[in-house]
Design a protein. Structure first.
Length: 137
C-alpha cells in the first residue's frame, strides 16, 4: 500500500487484506504516522506472516530503510530490502510456536510496543530529516 497515512488509514484494517506485504508511509510526515500507528503494528505483524513498512521520504536510489516493530536498520537498495519477514523469525519474535495461535483474538491483546523514540534510532531519524529537507528544495 503506497502513501499510507493519507486519508483514512488504519493498521487494524490491514489484517483483513492478506495481500498486503509492504506499507509505504506517506513521505511528508513519516515520524508522525509512525508514532500514531506503530503501537498497533504488532497486532498486524502477529496476524500476517509479513508486513514491511518503508518510509517514502527515505525510499531513494541510495538507501532503503526498512522500519520494523523492534528494529530500524538500513538495507541495501535492492529487492532484498523489501522482502517479507521469514515466518519463522516472525513467530519467534511474537513468541508463537504454532502458526494457528498467531491470529489475535478479541480475548487477547498484543503486547504494547515501546515508545517510537526508542524504536527508531537517531541515524534513521536524521536520514528522514535530511531526505525531507532535500525533497522540500
Amino acid at each position: 500500500i503506497d502513501d499510507f497515512g493519507t486519508g483514512y488509514s488504519s493498521l487494524q484494517y490491514l489484517s483483513k487484506f492478506p495481500i498486503v506485504s509492504q506499507l509505504v508511509l506517506y513521505r511528508r510526515k513519516p515520524e508522525k504516522i509512525m508514532s500514531q500507528y506503530l503501537q498497533l503494528a504488532e497486532a498486524v505483524f502477529c496476524t500476517e506472516d509479513s508486513l514491511t513498512m518503508v518510509s517514502e521520504a527515505i525510499y531513494s536510489g541510495k538507501k532503503v530503510y526498512t522500519l520494523m516493530p523492534e528494529t530500524a536498520a538500513p538495507d541495501a537498495n535492492d529487492s532484498a530490502a523489501l522482502q517479507k519477514y521469514q515466518t519463522l523469525e516472525l513467530l519467534q519474535r511474537c513468541s508463537i510456536n504454532d502458526l494457528s495461535k498467531a491470529i489475535i483474538t478479541p480475548n487477547k491483546s498484543p503486547t504494547p510496543l515501546p515508545n517510537i523514540d526508542e524504536q527508531i534510532s537517531l541515524p534513521v531519524l536524521a536520514a528522514l530529516a535530511a531526505s525531507a529537507a532535500r525533497e522540500s528544495r
